[in-house]
Design a protein around this ligand. Structure first.
Ligand SMILES: Cc1cc2nc3c(=O)[nH]c(=O)nc-3n(C[C@H](O)[C@H](O)[C@H](O)COP(=O)(O)OP(=O)(O)OC[C@H]3O[C@@H](n4cnc5c(N)ncnc54)[C@H](O)[C@@H]3O)c2cc1C
Length: 405
């Protein structure tokens, strides 16, 4: 979701509408979907594959390998799968997405991700058509005009799962089939592709061998040099990695005894986005859960200074300014807070591939010596953004691994 960029989007959209007629972002992304994915093909490959990372893209690639009886394992740094997909079932009477939450592209993409034919969607979705929103510049609270909310939805018709989460979707349709192949707590620190076989080293001192390796860690992890590649990646690839914007950020959900806020409040920030929003919007829920998403460079200093409790206190203080003290008087004391920017195995939030240079994206997608391949949200060949982009990149990379001569 690009709340902070709403103004920019509106301006671009207005200009585009004048010249090209009104179009829908999601409808455009729909045209870019592949006719078929690797899920619809069969492969005959007798080498061994290692997948690094059990996020959406790594799990998706594994699904293709599993379906074709390929010899493979997944090395995952943490003790869980999902990566930037995570859910909480303790705060509210509905499951809350702590990572990815919205479906930015057309709902039809869900069928592609599952390998299902046709246009009938099984999932129950909430069209994210907000009815009352506001803007906060730190001093003034301004209710946005209705046309702005309508315009936003027409331009970017997003949706959310009605009673499930992105984590559930990936869990049921992808992870269930492949989770038995995950080696947890396996932090990959080195990938040596100089010889006939690729040697993958983990922090606990183990080594694994394979014919081909698929790296699905976030661009933040590649930037951090947590993994040493032997031989080193070429200059162009290193430059491409360094060039990608991967902003830090936090996501918070707070529980209140009454709903004093509108559907969403976009806050003015210098870069990235900062938004309060009703997480329970159109859910079957009795609970009042207010979400907060802040992504951008400005958050770095803020986080350094503050403990979790101090962050919550400062959010309540800001909300109290907007709503005349109603936030702290109705706060129940219950919250969830995830600091994705400082998460050791994520080191950021999300990328916006469409804003990056095409030449860099092309460079990133190139395998190393036809032995080390890459997948994940930034390698989104079909321009779907976020989770769908990550999953489709996993299918795409699996196809390449199994067919590259
Ligand atoms: C707060 C937030 C909100 C978001 N909102 C949305 C949204 O609304 N809609 C949307 O579509 N997308 C959203 N996204 C983006 C979306 O979550 C990602 O695009 C997607 O989940 C990326 O999947 P991935 O497989 O590429 O990477 P990841 O999920 O990062 O998976 C990489 C995996 O690699 C593992 N790993 C890392 N380093 C190592 C190592 N050295 N060795 C072994 N394993 C390692 C990690 O633990 C992780 O499991 C959001 C992201 C965040 C953080």
């Amino acid at each position: 979701m690009n709340f902070q960029n709403i103004f920019l989007i509106l301006i671009i959209a207005s200009v585009s509408c004048c010249f090209f007629g009104c179009f829908q972002w999601a409808a455009r992304a729909e045209n870019k979907l592949p006719e078929k994915t690797a899920l619809h093909k069969s492969y005959d490959y007798d080498g061994k594959v290692i997948i690094v990372g059990a996020g959406a893209s790594g799990l998706a690639a594994a699904k293709v390998l599993e379906q074709n009886n390929i010899d493979y394992i997944i090395l995952e740094a943490t003790n869980r799968y999902g990566g930037r997909l995570k859910k909480d079932t303790t705060l509210a009477d509905f499951p809350i997405d702590i990572g990815a939450e919205w479906l930015h592209s057309s709902p039809l993409v869900l069928n592609k991700l599952k390998g299902k034919n046709g246009n009938e969607i099984d999932e129950s979705l909430i069209p994210y058509k907000l009815e009352n929103t506001a803007t906060w510049d730190g001093k003034n609270y301004i209710t946005n005009p209705k046309w702005q909310d309508n315009f936003r939805y027409n331009f970017l018709p997003e949706s959310k799962f009605k009673s499930a989460t992105w984590y559930d979707f990936v869990n049921e349709n992808i992870a269930e089939e492949v989770k038995h192949k995950i080696n947890y707590n396996s932090i990959v620190t080195g990938i040596n592709y100089s010889g006939n076989k690729v040697i993958v080293k983990t922090e606990n001192g183990k080594t694994h061998q394979a014919d081909r390796v698929l790296v699905t860690v976030s661009i933040g992890i590649l930037k951090s040099n947590m993994i040493t590649f032997i031989p080193e990646m070429n200059k162009e690839k290193k430059q491409a990695i360094a060039s990608i914007t991967f902003l830090p950020g936090i996501k918070v959900a707070m529980k209140f005894s009454q709903k004093f806020y509108p559907d969403a409040i976009g806050c003015t920030v210098d870069s990235g986005e900062k938004v309060y929003y009703d997480i329970a919007f159109k859910k079957n829920s009795q609970d009042n859960i207010l979400g907060f998403l802040w992504v951008g460079e400005e958050i770095q200093n803020y986080i350094k200074l503050k403990s979790e409790q101090e962050i919550i206190d400062s959010l309540l203080e800001e909300l109290d300014q907007m709503f005349d003290g109603k936030a702290s008087s109705s706060y129940t004391g219950n919250y969830i807070l995830e600091n994705w920017g400082q998460h050791e195995f994520t080191q950021g939030t999300w990328v916006q591939a469409f804003q990056e240079k095409k030449s860099h994206l092309k460079e990133l997608n190139k395998p190393l010596h036809k032995k080390v391949y890459f997948a994940g949200e930034i390698y989104d060949t079909y321009k779907q953004m976020g989770v769908p982009g990550a999953i489709l990149s996993g299918y795409y990379a699996a196809d390449k691994i199994l067919t590259d001569k």
